[in-house]
Design a protein around this ligand. Structure first.
Ligand code: ADP
Length: 152
């Protein structure tokens, strides 16, 4: 059976922190689906199309990676694509508490699902999309926080 993982997120925008988690997880799974959640409550900074294009560009030629969008519950998307793993990255204790709650409740709803949490690389522990967005709003240079080749 194929080991399929979903890496859900907003990727608004994708950072080197996200990229690092995805590349490090490649040997663990047969396929990783990077899934942009279209969450009605969140008003994204970058359009869905722009975020999809960046992901496509960064992981072009990676046969183990595909890109998708979804709305609704992550576990419903996992069921649909037959994924038994949800991949997430951990930066801080706050991330852990957040992931623990969601991960445990997800398993109560979908007992076949396992959440796999990878510790973030220390150099990316402070990198977050929300801070990147703030820097952009104020005209700063975010190049060092974004994957190679992404220019804003
Ligand atoms: P969400 O809107 O669901 O928080 P994000 O796009 O912000 O989605 O993040 C998706 C996943 O990537 C989450 O598991 C988050 O903890 C992880 N992540 C975000 N930034 C980093 C980073 N710098 N290093 C490692 N993991 C990260």
């Amino acid at each position: 059976m194929q080991r399929i993982a979903v890496f859900p997120g907003s990727f608004d925008p994708i950072t080197r922190g996200h990229e690092s988690i995805i590349r490090r997880a490649l040997p663990l799974f047969d396929q990783i689906i990077i899934a942009i959640g279209e969450n009605g409550g969140k008003n994204p900074f970058f359009s869905l199309e722009q975020r999809m294009n960046w992901l496509g560009m960064i992981f072009e030629g990676e046969s183990g990676i595909s890109i998708a969008t979804y709305s609704g519950l992550t576990i419903d998307f996992c069921r649909k694509v037959n994924a038994k793993f949800i991949l997430r990255g951990l930066r801080t204790a706050a991330d852990f508490e957040f992931e623990r709650g969601i991960g445990q409740m997800n398993r109560m709803m979908y007992p076949e699902i396992e959440t796999v949490l990878l510790l973030c690389a220390p150099e990316y522990a402070s990198v977050s999309s929300s801070i990147v967005r703030d820097i952009i709003r104020h005209g700063g240079d975010v190049g060092q926080f974004l994957p190679e080749g992404i220019v804003i």
